[in-house]
Design a protein around this ligand. Structure first.
Ligand code: NAG
Ligand code: NAG
Ligand code: NAG
Ligand code: NAG
Length: 225
């Protein structure tokens, strides 16, 4: 009986992800509990601070319909991090951001929260690999029942448009951890405002105002399922 209930729960989550793009309530559901991943032995929080551009990510609430996404991390004290996630609305051009706080709980293991009073006790942001200077691979997994988990994966890069080499190194880390790349969707980082205050970058091609998630990620994922 509980098996049946959990299965419907999983189905509900899948429908939310596939059908609920505009509901802004989605992470990618997978069967089973959160798998083990290889954690870092050492982590230099200070070196990790600063601006990271989102190169690619699984779809999740904050980012639907957004482009030019980046995060800015700064140390408040030796284990507390201020987090600012910023983006541009693809359709209106409106800039928005959310601010949060993180606690470093272990090497590459951070608890990030965006709501006041949200406890910072559970590592929901795992750095699986970074060289601090070009890429970071970040993973978040929540077991929602013993039969389902929700995952987010981010590939963050110091450059808005990283080299193919950098991307390959990051993807190798996902591969080594058996983490699916099927749901990764590249973030639009063209025609973005420059962060040092200057005007919009001019770039040859405009970004398509079609949701990549619907047009490419879902068909890719279904094809690979
Ligand atoms: C962090 O700061 C606290 C007090 O400010 C200190 O006790 C602790 O040793 C520091 N930890 C590290 C890793 O520097
Ligand atoms: C975040 O948004 C607020 C309010 O819209 C704005 O004043 C602030 O400059 C933004 N910060 C960043 C880093 O974009
Ligand atoms: C990132 O945060 C630091 C510390 O608050 C700030 O000095 C810097 O201007 C921020 N960078 C951007 C691009 O918002
Ligand atoms: C903004 O652009 C102008 C002209 O291209 C340049 O001279 C100036 O240094 C830039 N400012 C910043 C903060 O990058």
């Amino acid at each position: 009986m509980s098996h049946h209930r959990s299965s419907s729960h999983l189905w509900l989550l899948i429908s939310m992800v596939v059908g609920g793009v505009s509901l802004g309530k989605c992470q990618v559901p997978f069967p089973g509990k959160c798998p083990e991943v290889k954690l870092l032995d050492t982590f230099d929080a200070e070196a990790y601070m600063g601006v990271w551009y989102e190169y690619s990510a699984y779809p999740f609430a904050f980012e639907i319909g957004k482009k030019c996404i980046y995060a800015n991390y700064s140390l408040i004290d030796n284990s507390t991090v201020s987090v600012v996630n910023a983006a541009i609305n693809r359709f209106t051009g409106q800039a928005s951001n959310v601010t949060g706080k993180a606690k470093v709980l272990g090497p590459g293991q951070l608890a990030v929260a965006f709501f006041p009073g949200q406890p910072l006790t559970k590592a929901n942001y795992l750095v699986l690999g970074t060289d601090y200077e070009s890429y970071a691979v970040v993973y978040s997994c929540t077991s929602v029942t013993p039969l389902a988990n929700l995952k987010i994966v981010w590939i963050l890069t110091r450059q808005r448009e990283p080299s193919a080499e950098t991307v390959a190194v990051a993807k190798k880390i996902l591969e080594d951890n058996d983490i699916s790349q099927a749901f990764l969707s590249n973030t639009i980082q063209k025609k973005c405002p420059q962060l040092n205050g200057n005007d919009t970058e001019l770039s040859a091609e405009d970004a398509l105002d079609v949701d990549d998630f619907v047009t490419t990620v879902v068909p890719n994922a279904i094809e690979k399922a």
